[in-house]
Ligand binder design. Structure first.
Ligand SMILES: C[S@@+](CC[C@H](N)C(=O)[O-])C[C@H]1O[C@@H](n2cnc3c(N)ncnc32)[C@H](O)[C@@H]1O
Length: 267
């Protein structure tokens, strides 16, 4: 089914843009303008953000991020004519300073400059990008149009009507948001007065389960990691900078653990 959809997508796209050849099988298909706005809203883009559009086509996502949300951004695009067109579009919109474009392979792009990454690519390209996306700073937001990230499930999904979408029969766009979770897998040891506490954490993308032990007592926790924050059902709440993990609310565990700091156990 996915293969059929992919073939139909490619044919429709190539018919819509006969002058441009498909690059690495991701052709130039525009995201309708109102859908670009919905993508940027889903990521809660604001003036403090740097938006990186991977495969930026005619530049509309980065241009709208600058024009409508006050952000800065970079579009990377492998087709030179599209890069030129994007720069001209940005100049026409009066945002050439904040919306930049580079003729560049998205696979050779430094993703770490972005606070928000946008993509309208294809599933296999998304899957190739996934390891690099997971290494980004916790809290980085990723929005993809139509194509998901496999078994890394999105944090939020929004479906919008897209009657002027150049591909697909449904004329709907599925927008997905992921917030890069801190990488917290492993065993954490309580520090100072909490030296008898251990948090053994098993993480799968933004989901985790953990065993918290304080002396001989144990609690099972399960919840989500959103950026640097970790929340478990029952009210357990912690924050991590990657090296340290600080408990803010204890939920089912003893209240005395509030404020406790954990570090990765040696070995
Ligand atoms: C489906 S279009 C999306 C355009 C734009 N992001 C939008 O949503 O309107 C995908 C774009 O990715 C570009 N592309 C494909 N492979 C690429 C690569 N390896 N590096 C950079 N751009 C690439 C294509 O030329 C095309 O313009």
């Amino acid at each position: 089914m996915r293969r059929l959809w992919r073939a139909a997508w490619l044919c429709a796209a190539l018919a819509a843009a006969p002058a441009l050849r498909a690059q690495d099988e991701v052709p130039f298909v525009v995201t309708p303008d109102h859908v670009t706005l919905a993508m940027l809203e889903l990521a809660q883009v604001g003036p403090q953000d740097f938006v990186l559009d991977l495969g930026s086509g005619d530049g509309r996502i980065v241009i709208n991020a600058a024009r409508r949300f006050g952000a800065r951004g970079l579009g990377v695009e492998i087709v030179p004519e599209l890069v030129q067109r994007s720069r001209a579009n940005a100049a026409r919109a009066g945002v050439a300073e904040r919306a930049r474009f580079a003729e560049q392979d998205l696979f050779k792009t430094d993703l770490s400059v972005a606070s928000v990454i946008t993509m309208y690519l294809m599933q296999d390209v998304n899957l190739q990008l996934r390891p690099a996306l997971l290494r980004l700073a916790p809290g980085t937001r990723i929005v993809s149009h139509d194509w998901d990230l496999g078994d890394w499930l999105p944090d939020r999904v929004r479906v919008v009507d897209a009657p002027d979408k150049p591909v697909g029969r449904e004329k709907l766009s599925r927008l997905m948001l992921w917030v890069v979770p801190a990488s917290l897998q492993g065993t954490w040891c309580g520090q100072g007065a909490h030296a008898t506490s251990r948090l053994q954490l098993h993480q799968r993308y933004q989901l985790f389960d953990a065993t918290l032990s304080v002396g001989d007592s144990r609690w099972l926790l399960a919840g989500r990691i959103q950026g640097p924050s970790l929340q478990a059902a029952g009210g357990f709440d912690a924050h991590s900078d990657g090296q340290r993990l600080q408990v803010r609310a204890t939920g089912p565990a003893p209240a005395a653990l509030a404020g406790a700091e954990f570090a990765r156990c040696p070995g």
